[in-house]
Design a protein around this ligand. Structure first.
Ligand code: OXD
Ligand code: MN
Length: 633
């Protein structure tokens, strides 16, 4: 694809600072697909090319082959039927953000928070590393749909991969079906994604090598070409680096498609909440990685009469429906969840989901052929084989499961999955929640005054750094909309896009809230118990949406009338409750200075509306503390 030659749409501005908005997605039917497959096969030189159709028989054949090759361990079917354990190379255990590139035509379109590389130079580099990279291996052609096949909010793509583990994982995480090829042949646009573990089994001179248990390459590339909607990934077999439908397509590429087509591709879970009166609400919620999104997506309320059902745990695609409301789908079909910390007290629903048909990666193996990870049970087993294949006992002084070890399982297997989780037209969203991991400042819950204020809340999501390895402890790590590693274009343009979407939604726009389960007291204790008790916050949000709960206006947003919160049965001291909602003017003003510094990184691309929100926040903070009256609304 010669992207440099692609024309700008006639109605688009061409000034250097405006993002290029091209619709250059591949169509061309199966002829184009075959030409692309042939091109990559000629480049990477696999021994054979196998087209997958997503059937059970196919997954069974692939997992059997992986077991025979020693790349998967079949778990004891008595405890965990049709389930497997994979152990990765110790150097391939997580997403690699420093090797993730946004190769837009112009650097300014990637923005200051993305690694940019000039696309032609990157293409040449990639063709070099991919040359012969699949020698001795099979290249799988995996057609997949993100969202219900043929749905109005859905998209299709194809992944080429030389990893059977990745192909099987894709089968759990997406809808793999050859119907996708029929849609493409009928003219549907599709996203091409190419993946190689970068570990050929045959040298240039024809020498053949034995394979290893987890092939990968020290050099890694996770590359997105936003204008031509392509993904290339090399060197890793792990999660978001390798299952290209997930972060690469469903967030980085889809965010660019969404910008150009007027929708939203977000790092959000989706839940269906039902009140004791039987009214159903749908919420979408953005949290930075490692803030318990899967736990919230599978929340078991502690308050009587309320139910929370799961629609998605990681990604939401949202688009205005014919009725004017914002509708959302979970584009994925599975969960790729962090295992450690998933247990009876934190997420029994996830534990129940994993009864079988699950691929575990980097968890520990029990002597009885089942799996274990920190937090699954309070008492660790007396003996395990750890994620690196070594003997482990509770005295070993190291975790048995890797802290980023994962489960990969089909969403349909979740006992709390909502009946409308795969609704063709998506579900109508009543509220959007933004959360971070904040020890200070941010209250348990606050409602945005309007969409614009909500966008400001999203743009200022941050977490205090908790480990010295991450930087200075206590320093704010910014993660706007929880999209920092996932936005495929300039973050400031993304904020402007959100503002535009809100204008179009007008009065039909969902309400926006900020939540924070992680506020600490002066003594370093968490003030809020979290987990199932978060349902009390969910209840307040639902009551706000239906108009039955009150709020008081504070400089930072609309706070609950604390006495209206359902705190029955919760042993929460009044002082803790007060602290959970305390707005410390000085600390907030200091945070405003940091927000200004953060905005300044994006220069003049920051939407004036967000600068105005910051100015208004400062003004209101300075005015507060005086004898202003609280206004009930
Ligand atoms: C994830 C992440 O794995 O956000 O979902 O890192
Ligand atoms: Mn995520």
């Amino acid at each position: 694809m010669a992207i440099a030659e692609l024309p700008l749409r006639a109605d688009e501005p061409t000034i250097a600072d405006e993002p290029i908005r091209e619709t250059t997605r591949l169509a061309g039917g199966l002829t184009a697909v075959r030409a692309w497959v042939d091109d990559i096969a000629a480049l990477a030189q696999p021994d054979e090319v196998v087209w997958l159709d997503g059937s059970r028989a196919e997954a069974d054949r692939l997992t059997k082959e992986l077991v025979a090759e020693g790349k998967l361990i079949r778990l004891n079917p008595e405890w965990r039927p049709n389930s497997f354990l994979a152990r990765t190379d110790p150097g391939d255990v997580a997403r690699v953000e420093d090797r993730t590139f946004i190769c837009s035509l112009r650097e300014s379109d990637a923005g200051p928070t993305n690694n940019w590389r000039e696309p032609d130079a990157m293409r040449a580099e990639l063709r070099d590393v991919f040359r012969g990279s699949m020698r001795g291996r099979t290249m799988y052609v995996v057609p997949f749909s993100m969202g219900p096949v043929g749905g109005p909010l859905s998209q299709v793509g194809i992944q080429l991969t030389d990893s059977a583990y990745v192909a099987v994982s894709l089968g759990l995480m997406t809808r793999v079906t050859s119907t996708v090829l029929d849609l493409i042949d009928a003219g549907q646009e599709w996203v091409p994604t190419v993946h190689s573990v970068g570990h050929p089994l045959v040298d240039d001179d024809g020498t053949r090598h034995e394979d290893v248990v987890w092939p990968c390459n020290e050099t890694k590339y996770i590359v997105q070409f936003p204008e031509s909607r392509e993904v290339w990934s090399y060197g890793s077999g792990y999660g978001g680096n390798a299952i290209l439908a997930k972060k690469c397509f469903a967030l980085r590429i889809a965010s660019v498609m969404a910008r150009d087509e007027g929708w939203l591709a977000e790092h959000m879970l989706i839940v269906k909440v039902t009140s004791p009166e039987g009214r159903a609400f749908h919420f979408a919620a953005a949290f930075p990685s490692a803030c318990g999104k899967t736990n919230l997506a599978m929340l078991r309320p502690t308050i009587p009469g309320w139910t929370v059902e799961t629609i998605g745990d990681d990604i939401a695609w949202l688009r205005q429906g014919p009725d004017g409301r914002l509708r959302a789908i979970n584009p994925e079909a599975g969960f790729f969840g962090v295992a450690p910390g998933t247990g009876a007290s934190t997420n029994q629903t996830a534990v129940d989901t994993l009864w079988g048909n699950t691929i575990f990666t980097n968890v520990a193996l029990r002597d009885d052929g089942d799996v274990w990870w920190e937090g699954l049970t309070d008492e660790p087993p007396a003996h395990l084989i750890d994620w690196e294949g070594r003997d482990w006992t509770p005295d070993s002084g190291r975790p048995a499961a890797h802290p980023n070890s994962r489960f990969t399982v089909s969403a349909a297997q979740c006992p709390a999955i909502a009946d409308d989780w795969d609704a063709f037209d998506g579900v109508p969203i009543d509220a959007i929640l933004f959360g971070g991991r904040r020890a200070t400042n941010v209250p348990l819950v606050a409602q945005a005054r309007d969409w614009r204020h909500g966008v400001f809340m999203g743009a200022t999501i941050s977490s205090e750094q908790t480990a010295a390895a991450e930087g200075t402890v206590g320093e704010l790590r910014r993660d706007p909309f929880a999209m920092l590693p996932f936005c495929g274009y300039n973050m400031a343009d993304y904020w402007a896009h959100w503002l535009k979407v809100g204008e179009r939604l007008g009065a039909d726009a969902p309400a926006i809230f900020q939540v924070n389960w992680f506020r600490k007291g002066d003594d370093g204790r968490f003030l809020w118990p979290g987990f199932g008790e978060n349902a009390r916050v969910i209840e307040w949000i639902a009551r706000r949406v239906e108009g039955s709960a009150h709020a008081v206006s504070a400089p930072i947003g609309m706070l609950p009338v604390v006495d209206e919160l359902d705190l029955d049965g919760l042993d929460l001291p009044r002082a803790d409750l007060d602290q959970l909602f305390e707005v410390d003017t000085e600390r907030w003003l200091a945070e405003c200075d940091l927000t200004e510094e953060f905005f300044d990184r994006f220069g003049s691309r920051v939407p004036p509306a967000l600068r105005a929100e910051l100015a208004s926040l400062r003004y209101q903070l300075r005015a507060s503390g005086s004898d202003e009256e609280l206004v009930l609304r």
